[in-house]
Design a protein. Structure first.
Length: 62
Protein backbone atom coordinates (compact mmCIF):
# COMPACT_ATOMS: atom_id res chain seq x y z
CA UNK A 1 0.00 0.00 0.00
CA UNK A 2 1.28 3.44 -0.90
CA UNK A 3 1.60 6.27 1.55
CA UNK A 4 -0.27 9.54 1.11
CA UNK A 5 2.88 11.28 -0.09
CA UNK A 6 3.58 8.59 -2.68
CA UNK A 7 -0.02 8.77 -3.92
CA UNK A 8 0.25 12.54 -4.34
CA UNK A 9 3.52 12.15 -6.24
CA UNK A 10 1.91 9.58 -8.57
CA UNK A 11 -1.04 11.92 -9.16
CA UNK A 12 1.42 14.70 -10.01
CA UNK A 13 3.29 12.45 -12.44
CA UNK A 14 0.02 11.43 -14.07
CA UNK A 15 -1.20 15.01 -14.47
CA UNK A 16 2.20 16.21 -15.66
CA UNK A 17 2.56 13.26 -18.02
CA UNK A 18 -0.81 13.89 -19.62
CA UNK A 19 -0.03 17.61 -19.94
CA UNK A 20 3.42 17.11 -21.49
CA UNK A 21 2.30 14.27 -23.77
CA UNK A 22 -0.60 16.42 -24.92
CA UNK A 23 1.67 19.35 -25.71
CA UNK A 24 4.07 17.11 -27.62
CA UNK A 25 1.17 15.31 -29.33
CA UNK A 26 2.51 12.00 -28.03
CA UNK A 27 -0.76 10.66 -26.62
CA UNK A 28 -1.16 8.43 -29.69
CA UNK A 29 2.07 6.64 -28.82
CA UNK A 30 1.45 3.17 -27.36
CA UNK A 31 4.35 3.38 -24.88
CA UNK A 32 3.16 6.71 -23.47
CA UNK A 33 -0.40 5.45 -23.10
CA UNK A 34 0.83 2.27 -21.40
CA UNK A 35 2.90 4.18 -18.84
CA UNK A 36 0.07 6.62 -18.08
CA UNK A 37 -2.41 3.74 -17.76
CA UNK A 38 -0.15 1.86 -15.35
CA UNK A 39 0.22 4.96 -13.17
CA UNK A 40 -3.54 5.49 -13.21
CA UNK A 41 -4.25 1.86 -12.28
CA UNK A 42 -1.72 2.03 -9.43
CA UNK A 43 -3.57 5.04 -8.00
CA UNK A 44 -6.97 3.35 -8.32
CA UNK A 45 -5.77 0.06 -6.80
CA UNK A 46 -4.21 1.95 -3.91
CA UNK A 47 -7.47 3.84 -3.34
CA UNK A 48 -9.52 0.64 -3.28
CA UNK A 49 -7.07 -1.25 -1.08
CA UNK A 50 -6.85 1.63 1.41
CA UNK A 51 -10.64 1.77 1.73
CA UNK A 52 -10.93 -1.99 2.25
CA UNK A 53 -8.08 -1.91 4.78
CA UNK A 54 -9.87 0.81 6.78
CA UNK A 55 -13.10 -1.22 6.71
CA UNK A 56 -11.31 -4.31 8.03
CA UNK A 57 -9.75 -2.29 10.84
CA UNK A 58 -13.16 -0.92 11.83
CA UNK A 59 -14.63 -4.43 11.90
CA UNK A 60 -11.81 -5.69 14.11
CA UNK A 61 -12.30 -2.82 16.60
CA UNK A 62 -15.98 -3.66 17.13
Amino acid sequence: MLTDKQSLILCGFLAGGIFVAGLLEALDNFVVLTILTIIFLAIVVNLISAKSFETKEEELEE
